[in-house]
Ligand binder design. Structure first.
Ligand SMILES: [Zn+2]
Length: 151
């Protein structure tokens, strides 16, 4: 090995390290972008489930669907939200939870629907946020889960 080859080794090692570092950064950026997209998709699904619950209530004398379990919530809403995939978080695969305090409750009893959650993710995404859809149809990603409260 010549003196020139020996002198280039540290430069080559540095170049390899830089390429590896850039690769890891790129991978992390892609993962973050993908999870961000999934986060939006989950919020859309949660919102659609709230709309389905509102339609259910219209057809059932103002009474919200049963919300005691994910299974009975889905069974009640299948007429209004037909895609079975929208009942699960697209990132974790875990079913959305419906607010058990709203189970079979008259919509008219929910006086501040913008503050009462109706559908939310059970398990957070990688960024530790949950998709939460409120009884008025708005949805947000929140770090802390809202309480079950009904005023
Ligand atoms: Zn999700």
């Amino acid at each position: 090995m010549t003196a020139i080859h020996r002198a280039r080794r540290p430069i080559l090692a540095l170049a390899v390290a830089l390429v590896l570092f850039a690769g890891v950064q790129f991978r992390n950026t892609v993962i973050r972008a993908l999870d961000g997209g999934l986060g939006v998709s989950c919020m859309s699904d949660a919102k659609q489930l709230v709309v389905a619950a509102q339609l259910y209530a219209q057809d059932n004398d103002g009474t919200l669907p049963p919300c005691s379990s994910a299974t009975e919530f889905q069974a009640a809403l299948l007429t209004y939200a037909k895609n079975p995939r929208q009942y699960n978080c697209c990132a974790t695969g875990v079913p959305f939870q419906a607010n058990p305090r709203l189970s079979r409750l008259k919509m008219s009893k929910v006086q501040t629907p913008e503050l009462v959650w109706l559908v939310r993710e059970t398990v957070p995404h990688d960024d530790q946020t949950y998709a939460v859809a409120f009884a008025d149809g708005n949805a947000k990603r929140l770090k802390a889960l809202p309480r079950h409260s009904v005023e």
